[in-house]
Design a protein around this ligand. Structure first.
Ligand SMILES: *Cc1c(COP(=O)(O)O)cnc(C)c1O
Length: 397
């Protein structure tokens, strides 16, 4: 089946759209036009792909996980190594793409929201590389939990603004970034860090990450002469997952599974398993699944990984969930932490706790696979940033 989402108005099925203050509608229209021009401009594309190669370090490797494969004794497991990207995760693919677009639109000031600080670091990095002013909104609570990334952003020349409202986490930082954007639309570009927000952001961010899946397809063809049977990726907002999955969506033999964080369990109120237990609603400019409390308010999400700790999810995932083209599954904090240890010991790769959620799903999947099958896990980032959380967890404090 030909996959053509989103529509011209930015809908993936019934999800997506532009639910923003009226003042932003012309800004989004200007962005759509600029993005369309850039997509059809060979010079823009060349500059973007040159930067991915020379600065980000692409193509990232596709590594055969030999000891992990032996451990399960079933299908062959490959890792797509986004942890090897400059700054340690996939997020830089998108930050660089959106920054080039901002420059083409004549914007001189960049703002962004960040939760764990990874998108803030990627954005501050791109701004330093191009000499742009950079303001990052971050919840006060997250700044406390992710001190190292706050310092990295400072060193890169960004101003980190502490957000004291609400739960003092990502959701509140996003609200503040939107407020800044509405006030300063003339000269300011908002770099959104995942496949969320109003159209055209979910489409644009997906397209800046689809290089992950395109490379994987070519690399598998070169080493195995065929495609994958299963693709696994963790899902917060959903950018690494959709970038990885998108080029395979029309390949019906490839099964794809997105792994959400179920925190202490999807049946508890300490969870971030949006597709497992959420219901449709509007957050941060688009319609998608959301975690609601009993009063209908957006519920505070919980996950041990700050990067999956978001009460919403990209609208394209909502659509692919409803159409059942992609399956979604929740993994708990404890299951993810066991996977951090297993992958570190078996492969010499310390994964980000976000990424470890995808690895943890191998426990469920591998017994159902055959030796002649291929599983690829998108290794979205490295775990250096998580060392304190990891040590505290295993020392029981
Ligand atoms: C931010 C982050 C995620 C979650 O974001 P997505 O948009 O869902 O990809 C996952 N893994 C790593 C390493 C991250 O930094």
């Amino acid at each position: 089946m030909k996959y053509t989402a989103p529509t011209k108005q930015g809908y993936f099925g019934k999800y997506g759209g532009k639910f923003v203050p009226e003042i932003l509608i012309p800004v989004l229209e200007e962005l759509e036009t600029a993005y369309e021009t850039a997509q059809n401009d060979p010079l823009f594309q060349k500059e973007y792909y040159d930067l991915l190669r020379e600065y980000v370090g692409r193509p990232t490797k596709l590594t055969l996980a030999e000891r992990l494969t032996d451990h399960y004794g079933k299908a062959k497991i490959y890792l797509k190594r986004e942890d090897l990207c400059h700054t340690g995760a996939h997020k830089i693919n998108n930050a660089i793409g959106q920054l080039l677009l901002a420059r083409n639109m004549g914007k001189i000031r960049i703002i962004a929201e960040t939760g764990a600080g990874q998108h803030g670091v990627a954005t501050a990095t791109a701004c330093a590389k191009f000499g742009f002013e950079c303001v990052i909104y971050m919840g006060a609570e997250d700044m406390e939990r992710q001190k190292l990334n706050v310092e990295r952003m400072g060193l890169l020349g960004a101003e980190v603004r502490s957000v004291e409202s609400g739960s003092k986490t990502l959701k509140d930082a996003t609200n503040e970034a939107i407020r800044d954007w509405v006030t300063n639309v003339e000269n300011t570009f908002y770099i959104i860090g995942s496949v969320v927000g109003p159209h055209p952001y979910p489409m644009m961010t997906r397209n800046f990450h689809r290089v992950i899946g395109e490379e994987t397809k070519d690399q598998l063809k070169a080493v195995e002469g065929r495609s994958a049977d299963y693709l696994l990726a963790c899902v917060g907002g959903g950018s690494n997952a959709i970038g990885f999955f998108y080029p395979f969506i029309e390949d019906n033999n490839v099964k794809m599974i997105g792994i959400e964080a179920s925190g202490l369990g999807a049946e508890t109120d300490k969870t971030a398993a949006t597709l497992t237990i959420g219901t449709p609603g509007v957050l941060h400019g688009s319609l998608s699944y959301l975690l609601h409390d009993k009063e209908g308010q957006v519920q505070l999400a919980h996950s041990i990984s700050a990067g999956l700790d978001y009460p919403g999810i990209g609208p394209e995932h909502a659509y692919l969930h409803d159409t059942k083209r992609i399956h979604y599954y929740g993994i708990t904090d404890a299951e993810a932490m066991n996977a951090v240890k297993l992958i570190s010991e078996k492969e010499g790769i310390i994964p980000a706790i976000e990424t470890a959620h995808a690895f943890a799903y191998l426990e469920k999947l591998m017994p159902l696979t055959q030796k002649d099958q291929i599983v690829v896990v998108n290794c979205s980032g490295r775990g250096d940033k998580d060392m304190k959380t990891i040590s505290d967890w295993f020392s029981g404090s």
